[in-house]
Design a protein around this ligand. Sequence first.
Ligand code: PLP
Ligand code: LYS
Length: 452
Amino acid sequence: MTGAPWSSGVERGAAGALTVAGVDVRDLAAEHGTPAYVLDEADFRRRARAYRTAFEAAFGAVGTGVDVYYAGKALLTVAVARWAREEGLRVDTASGGELAVALRAQVPGAEIGLHGNNKSDAEILRALDAGVGRIIVDSLVEIERVAQLAAGRGVVAPVMVRVTTGVHAGGHEYIATAHEDQKFGLSVNTSSGETSPAMTALLAVLERPELRLLGIHSHIGSQILDPDGFEAAASVVLRLRADLAERSGVLVDEVDLGGGYGIAYLPGDVALDPERVAKDIAQSVAGVCQELGTSLPRFSIEPGRAIVGPAGLTLYTVGTVKPVTVAGESGDFVRLYVSVDGGMSDNIRPALYGAAYHAEVVGRTSAAEPVLARVVGKHCESGDIVVHEVQLPGDVRAGDLLAVAATGAYGRSMASNYNMLPRPPVLAVTDGAARVLVRRETEDDLLGLDQG
Ligand SMILES: Cc1ncc(COP(=O)(O)O)c(C=O)c1O
Ligand SMILES: N[C@@H](CCCC[NH3+])C(=O)O
């Protein structure tokens, strides 16, 4: 509908209100309250399948295999982990807590990866005990630590080494992860003339009998809309793999190219097309391996946002509406400040990254002229902005339901209790019925943590 980035199950119903998979948002609000995160299960599953089938087809066509890991940091609940698995995805976790959710969802350990630049001993042990398929190590110190903990457990830990390729990609500095001056991974840079930190780490893993080196991992950033970065990074990783083979005689079996596939947030945005990007990457890596004279490794990818982002929306109720006269470069103009009952505690992305979103009044249609509006939250912070700039009907008023599109990724998972706001529930809507995946927090939940 309207080219806006809603999930595929969203329509304007006969009465003018938005429906998600056949459920009227007014019914959702009446039964579950607002704010609420609403997930379109079929849309999530469709995107998970689309990524898996596109990558399987493209990498199959060049003669290798691929595993798709759903990046749980985008949003992980027990049901969501189950959906991912049922659609043939594995699960990428970034903490002991995410690992616990995946295990609770009965995802087999062998199909789980564990990331983190500062994993605790407890997290590493939990991963070893669960038999996770791979621990992605992020520093030399950690290689030593995983080896010692594995020795203590009498197991061999399967590890990948996370490297930074120097390829800069992604929507915002804070979500680009492969340039040099940031905390993740080990650099492939050899400009000092010495062995690169990445190579040093790979050789260190090979020396430890308690570790089994599966391969090399690279994640270049998030919300990437230009696919060239994936190919550039893959090429760097494949060259490192060939160099390692030359130095050690070991040609590692696997290469993970991380996540980062960009989505549409605003009407008119064009998301990366999984089929297109899969084909481009597959052909590119096949070409690089041919040039290097190495066999193709098995690949894996870790999309999070591209699976769950567009499947979610956040439903709010409008409270205060306030016209504010703003001094612009070409004269004064009026911006309508529309306050909703949530804000930066349920979506930190606008404040943290300047992220742009699309919102609509969804409980009714309106014939009123659209006006320039800014949707803001209820927090004690002027940067508490939900949507910087959007046209809303001029008669938007208290009690209206307002939805923000494409909030499925990094909304709930980065939510906070700022100003002691209980976090909203996660509702799933499927075939005309809604259910609660994560219940709304209560003040009692929050006060229960306070020991006086
Ligand atoms: C290692 C790793 N894998 C996967 C992801 C998922 O990224 P995205 O949600 O952009 O696909 C991230 C987050 O950026 C990450 O750090
Ligand atoms: N949390 C970020 C992206 C994930 C970064 C993880 N490496 C966002 O909301 O865009």
